[in-house]
Design a protein around this ligand. Structure first.
Ligand code: AHR
Length: 494
């Protein structure tokens, strides 16, 4: 099979907001306890944060991390995770039917995020709580005033405000599984009023309103339209969430997941613009794809996990090579939509549907999906160049004309590096790739890294952490993309 990717100078999609390489830590399963935090672990620092895990997170170069949920946030009292640890309540956590000890809360997490080199994207509870608790939390985190919550933070040992700039107005409020879910109108109203109070407390913050919980929600689009009509002028982004999977073991269809992601993004962007024109507003609401990943491997095993435990091993998907290829192509889609998607969070980061896994009091290792995320995060910074790929296509039951090659091209801010990310979706044919560079003639290929292999179901484990890792390909005139592979091609200015 042959394909040609054409890129031309002065034809870009847009500047990439680095926050599209965000991630997510929820109080769920072993993400916090036994994941980022384990005071008895040999590598833990003065605050109980595992440094082996921290080191791996730094490799991923994650600029923003959403916290503390997810479904968890809709039943959470943020005050429970502040102040003297000995006095913090142990609670029944209804979203995941676990026990929350509150040993970690915003006091600790904001410090952990600083140490990890990331910003916090904080979610407020619009399930069991509302506008008043949300504005109190903004005051606690961001104010330097001589007032109750700012002083409470100081009394807890944090003189300087945390300075959290990005906030989510609840989580998946359309989902019947959500604690205190809402109709679109109910949510639109509470989002609007909460947004006003939060921004009056700190005008510098940015707010994300909840979009649909996934693309197959029965109210998808009606939800976005109604919510945006209620709160358009008070928010900055609307969220998208979607998880992909291969439960039917139809790999050709699974590898086409990014076509669905692309359509989802364009549908939500179109609704934002429809409401913008309806309101004759000058403001553009952009997109925060703040939950995306693969999630299906752990569905059955999770049904067997007893309730009301501290940090049960929930949502511990073990990812294989085909998952890594799909994650690589979902990242390609995010890059190609960088004009509208300004924030995206790989959900999640440690143990829970995560690129990083840990043993309690033991080792940590990288799952297959760690690598395409790491390389795209490291080299997908700058501007996405509009690229055209001519290649054959195939049909799946749901989607017609899926191109065999999925690609994105990024030029670094200093112009010295052009990186092409490419996935070959063909299950059995290698692809001879030609790259036509119009106006970018003085660049040469210096590195070709691939995630490839014969066994699409191969995984990494604590004992075999290097079973599926990227390979460095020989550089030659003829670029070949192996069947069902993810590739990164770096061109440097001569
Ligand atoms: O990321 C796991 C869960 O998926 C989140 O808690 C929720 O928002 C979504 O349904």
């Amino acid at each position: 099979m042959k394909a040609t990717i054409t890129i031309s100078a002065n034809n870009s999609i847009g500047k990439i907001d680095k926050r599209i390489f965000g991630s997510f830590i929820e109080h769920l399963g072993r993400a916090v306890y036994g994941g980022i935090y384990e005071p008895d672990h040999a590598t833990s620092d003065d605050m109980g944060f595992r440094q082996d895990v921290m080191g791996m997170i730094k490799e991923l170069n994650v600029p923003v991390i959403r916290y503390p949920g997810g479904n968890f946030v809709s039943g959470y009292n943020w005050e429970d995770g502040t102040g003297d640890k000995a006095k913090r309540p142990r609670k029944m956590e209804l979203a995941w039917q676990s026990i929350e000890t509150n040993e970690v809360g915003i006091d600790e997490f904001q410090e952990w995020a600083k140490r990890a080199g990331s910003e916090v994207m904080m979610a407020v509870n619009l399930g069991t709580r509302g506008a008043n608790d949300a504005r109190n939390l903004v005051e606690y985190c961001n104010s330097d005033t001589d007032t109750y919550y700012a002083q409470m933070r100081k009394a807890n040992g944090f003189d300087k405000p945390f300075g959290i700039k990005l906030w989510c107005l609840g989580n998946e409020m359309d989902g019947p599984w959500q604690i205190c879910s809402k109709t679109p109108y109910e949510y639109g109203r509470i989002a609007c009023e909460t947004a006003k109070l939060m921004k009056w407390t700190d005008p510098s913050i940015e707010l994300v309103a909840c979009g649909s919980a996934h693309i197959n929600m029965p109210t998808f689009m009606e939800w976005e339209r109604t919510v945006l009509r209620e709160c358009y002028e008070h928010i900055d982004y609307i969220s998208l969430h979607n998880y992909y999977g291969n439960p039917a073991n139809d790999t050709a269809a699974y590898l086409a997941s990014s076509v669905e992601m692309d359509k989802f993004i364009k549908q939500v962007a179109a609704i934002c613009d429809e409401v913008k024109f309806e309101k004759e507003s000058d403001k553009t609401v952009n997109l925060s794809f703040d939950e995306w990943n693969i999630w299906f491997h752990s569905s059955e095993q999770d049904k067997e996990i007893p309730k009301w435990q501290v940090a049960p091993p929930l949502l511990e998907d073990i990812y294989n090579l085909e998952d890594a290829v799909v994650v690589g192509s979902l990242l390609i889609t995010l890059l190609n939509n960088c004009d509208r998607v300004k924030i995206a969070c790989l959900a999640q980061l440690v143990n829970v549907i995560a690129p990083i896994m840990t043993e309690n009091n033991g080792r940590c290792w990288a799952q297959t999906i760690f690598y395409p995320f790491m390389y795209t995060s490291q080299h997908g910074r700058g501007t996405t160049i509009r690229s055209f790929c001519s290649c054959d296509s195939y049909d799946t039951e749901k989607i017609k004309n899926v191109p065999y090659v999925d690609s994105a091209a990024v030029i670094s801010d200093d112009g010295n590096e052009i990186t092409i990310f490419a996935v070959n979706r063909s299950l059995n044919e290698a692809c001879d790739l030609n790259i036509a560079t119009l106006g970018y003639d003085d660049y040469s290929l210096t590195q070709h890294i691939a995630m490839e292999g014969d066994d699409l179901k191969a995984v990494n484990t604590a004992d075999s952490p290097d079973n599926v890792i990227p390979v460095e390909k020989a550089i030659s005139e003829n670029i070949s993309l192996s069947p069902h592979s993810w590739n990164m091609l770096i061109f440097k200015k001569n």
